[in-house]
Write a protein that binds this ligand. Sequence first.
Ligand code: NAD
Length: 476
Amino acid sequence: MNTVQHLIGGRDVASAATFETINPATGQVLAEVASGGQAEVDAAVAAAKAAFPGWAATPVKERARLLRRLGDLIAAHVPEISELETRDCGQVIGQTRKALIPRAADNFYYFSEFIQHQHGETYDSDTGHLNYTLWQPVGVVALISPWNVPFMTATWKTAPCLAFGNTAVMKMSELSPLTADYLGKLVLEAGIPPGVFNLVHGYGHSAGEALVSHKDVRAISFTGSTATGDRIVRSAGLKKFSMELGGKSPFVIFDDADYDRALDAALFMIFSNNGERCTAGSRILVQKTIYERFVTDFTARAGRLKVGDPLDPETIIGPMISPGHREKVLRYIGIGQEEGARLVLGGGSPQVAPHLAGGNWVEPTVFADVDNKMKIAQDEIFGPVPCLIPFATEEDAISIANDTAYGLSSYLWTENTGRVLRMAKAIEAGMTFVNSQNVRDLRQPFGGTKGSGVGREGNHYSYEVFCEPKNVAVSY
Ligand code: NAD
């Protein structure tokens, strides 16, 4: 069986303890993975700390060249990485090969360009000083990722972290470590010096805790659940951090919207990525005048989505990441029924091919007539389980949309420009997409408000976690 080790100071490092990573579509063990704790984290942070001065002093042009080379290597290996990602986390190959893995290469291309245009502010002050701002790297940064789109998230963090001159210790989710291991190999092949990028595998309570509380870690870029983010903020001490957390995003459709496009996008935003998507439009708010028609059409279309082998390019919905997560999603389906929501589709396990019998399957499920106060509308289910919620007026829509602990993304479908402008202001979310599904442009600030996080990443917003602004005041 394949064995995966930590990457520390450019070398493979084993641990006495290991865990298995499992194909969520079949239940088969894919690899035995080293399980790190305090000792491995100490070694990785020491390697990153030692590599920091040299990397920070590397000319920008050279850092940019190395990161571009890494992007090229990812682009050249899209088929292999996509297949590995699909096997390890169950995201369907149509998504990994066409969107998620190519985007990972773009993350490096983008930040290799960005740093070549990086500049600070300058202002002349009345006191006879010229002030200017230096954006300096912070040092060793902890990069912690979840399992839902692992390679994309890993590269989204690594690219700005390294581009700005920091060194990294990454910890991926114990449920999907394989493509980060691949990334580590490509980092070295690209010629990035040993120790600049380190990878420690392991569980959150051991490797994760040791990393975020380490005294030599200066910043944390975390993507994961709100509960874990909250815990990290408490145990990390005085460090810079960015928290990209959970969501329960409203997808609001008015009766003047382009109905067919809204229907397509609503389906995409909850069923793509198996519903395991932080920006999922999991609460679909539909104006009463078109509500029953929408329930019928949405349910009919959802019922035709192909569930099954994520390696089949025709498949739309793959397995849940783990048996435990499948149980959680099914538990919420039970709660929805107890709360009195109308179950109009699914609710159980789909029929799958015999070779997939050991996978973690959940049928695409639709709840209609959901009251936003219900638990299924308030909690992040993180599966293919949308809540359809009727509303009457613009005021109702805003009040329902904002009645949530989260504030990551939001979607607004209407042809009324005034309403767009009013609602874009009123909705409490880090992102609002108007007459669109979630379409990423790497210049956008990415992140959420309320329980969905603190800070933004992307473009110059990534300075917040990866750079220290230093003001220099020169008297003249
Ligand atoms: P999780 O919080 O359970 O785990 C995320 C990572 O944190 C894993 O690597 C885990 O091992 C680690 N971890 C756990 N406990 C830790 C601790 N005490 N200290 C340090 N690290 C610890 O989340 P998950 O189940 O892997 O991922 C799903 C969640 O991620 C969902 O809530 C989803 O919305 C969120 N997510 C957010 C975004 C975003 O950009 N906002 C993107 C993707 C996923």
